[in-house]
Design a protein around this ligand. Structure first.
Ligand code: SAH
Ligand code: SF4
Ligand code: F3S
Length: 487
């Protein structure tokens, strides 16, 4: 187990026999301290160290939340494992589209037999899906073996809830409607040694008419920049070389802080941290991506040559109904400005097909943007009505066959665009960060370039976390095969 001296000192200073401390941070440490004894006892009884596994769905923000969950589990005495055949399994859920819900219910259903076999096993479910009452009711009714349910707003109370279910052996559910708290400095167990996400803000106030996120993640809250920089520095000291600043709309970072600062200023500061070689961010909203931000990326070699700029639709009429606050031409102008200012930048996007009222003509507009911007990659989604959102109440929902046709056209166009953009890089030598051993091709490792492109090169696990010059040899659509060349 990774030992955090400061954390140990803080836990040692708390009277674990006394009443719970009133501030959130100490309270969590108090419960971690209490859990250590309890989980050690249970492990002794079981004749092995109890294990824990997180199953994560959804975006980078959920991935980061899961690192916090496993951090608390590890500090409480569980051994982390990657399999659902564990003593504690927690599902961290996403509800952005219906298929995310369905996949979670499918996985949840499949573990009930594991629970029957293992008397020590407990199951928890948390995250965005649990902010919807219908889903909580369904879990209670159809998956009664679940021991603990909580949502997004009170994730920082996890240690307390864990203590509750282990000390009482009863079921617990805690769903909050909202929070204004950001609790700092709780334990984290990173999935990767060399890269990490960093939350810079929580929630979203944009209310795009199709999107459930503002309802399940609550109002926008920015973290204090000093906390973000402190976390970046401590990650750098711990060997992290690449970080990703996370928020649903990073451009609105800093509003409402005591000393407001812009996202461009924050990015600039974060890039100055010694030891950090690359800084990414997700996601900027096209409506308020400032020229300052473009300039900070341009002038900062550490800022990744990649902007993920979600288009959603190329039709002005649909964009308006989506509540996106930009037009087709404004989007194109912005994308081309980014390309002009930042040589080698890659621009990727998200597109939704089948939004209510979308016609073949609207799809043509989307195709036009794809051709004119030339996206380096794109995620194309079929519109999924989310209960409670304005779009779900719109009357002109698009029939499935029309959606399919539009989807195929968009997919073909983005694939072609990605292929053309990628192929243009053949023969170049670019800096790659070796991320992992390639599970498909023996003797290969996978690198990520600053522009977010993936290159598979011969190599072994000893290279993981290293920056290496890679020659881009063989283009395979939106990724490459290549090799490491001499520095
Ligand atoms: N905050 C980010 C992304 C959030 S969700 C942004 O504003 O871009 C990630 C992507 O899921 C969105 O960009 C959108 O393309 C897609 N998405 C969100 N709601 C959806 C829905 N109801 N149906 C289909 N796709 C959706
Ligand atoms: Fe959803 Fe729009 Fe917020 Fe992104 S900006 S999370 S799409 S409401
Ligand atoms: Fe999904 Fe929640 Fe992220 S709904 S996309 S996990 S914010």
């Amino acid at each position: 187990m990774y030992t955090d001296t400061k954390l140990e000192e803080e836990i040692a200073a708390i009277d674990l026999m006394g009443p719970e401390p009133s501030d959130e941070h100490s309270r969590e440490l108090y419960y971690i301290g209490k859990l250590r004894t309890l989980i050690a006892e249970r492990s002794k009884e079981a004749g092995r160290q109890l294990t824990a596994c997180t199953v994560t769905f959804g975006c980078q923000m959920n991935a980061r939340d899961s690192e916090k969950l496993i951090g608390i589990l590890v500090q409480s005495g569980f051994a982390p494992v990657e399999t659902e055949e564990a003593d504690f399994v927690i599902f961290n859920t996403c509800t952005v589209r219906d298929n995310a819900d369905q996949r979670t219910f499918g996985r949840l259903g499949r573990i009930s037999h594991l629970k029957k076999k293992n008397p020590y096993m407990k199951v928890a479910i948390c995250g965005c899906m649990m902010q919807e009452k219908g889903n909580v009711d369904k879990v209670r009714k159809s998956y009664p073996f679940v021991d603990l349910i909580f949502g997004t707003h009170n994730i920082y109370r996890f240690a307390q809830y864990l203590w509750e279910v282990y000390s009482t052996d009863k079921k617990a559910a805690h769903i909050w409607e909202k929070t204004d708290q950001i609790v700092e400095n709780l334990p984290v167990e990173r999935k990767f040694s060399y890269k990490s996400g960093i939350n810079i803000m929580f929630g979203c106030d944009n209310f795009c008419s199709y999107c459930i996120v503002p309802y399940v993640r609550g109002r926008e809250r920015s973290r204090d920049p000093r906390e973000i920089l402190r976390e970046t520095e401590s990650l750098a000291q711990d060997g992290v070389r690449e970080i990703m600043l996370l928020g649903q709309n990073v451009n609105s970072y800093g509003k409402g802080l005591e000393n407001p600062i812009t996202f461009a200023e924050l990015l600039d500061e974060v890039c100055k941290v010694d030891g950090i070689r690359r800084v990414r961010f997700m996601t900027p909203h096209p409506k308020d991506l400032s020229y300052d931000l473009i300039r900070v990326i341009r002038d900062n070699p550490k800022a990744a040559r990649h902007v993920h700029l979600p288009l959603q639709s190329g039709s002005d009429r649909i964009l308006k109904r989506m509540n996106r606050h930009y037009t087709k031409e404004q989007f194109i102008e912005l994308a081309l400005k980014i390309r002009e200012e930042i040589p080698d930048v890659s621009i990727t996007t998200d597109i939704i097909v089948g939004f209510p009222g979308e016609t073949a003509e609207d799809i043509e507009d989307t195709l036009d943007v794809i051709r004119r911007v030339g996206f380096d990659n794109a995620y194309t989604f079929i519109y999924s009505p989310r209960r409670g959102t304005p779009a779900a109440r719109m009357e002109d929902q698009v029939p499935e066959d029309v959606v399919k046709e539009g989807f195929n056209k968009v997919l073909t166009a983005v694939q072609e665009s990605a292929r053309t953009r990628s192929a243009a890089l053949a023969g170049r030598v670019m800096e790659g960060l070796v991320e992992e051993v390639n599970s498909q091709k023996e003797g290969y490792v996978t690198c990520r370039l600053s522009n977010n492109m993936i290159v598979h090169v011969p190599g072994d696990a000893s290279l993981i976390g290293r920056f290496v010059p890679v020659l881009l040899e063989e283009c395979r659509g939106f990724y490459y095969f290549g090799k490491i060349v001499e520095e």
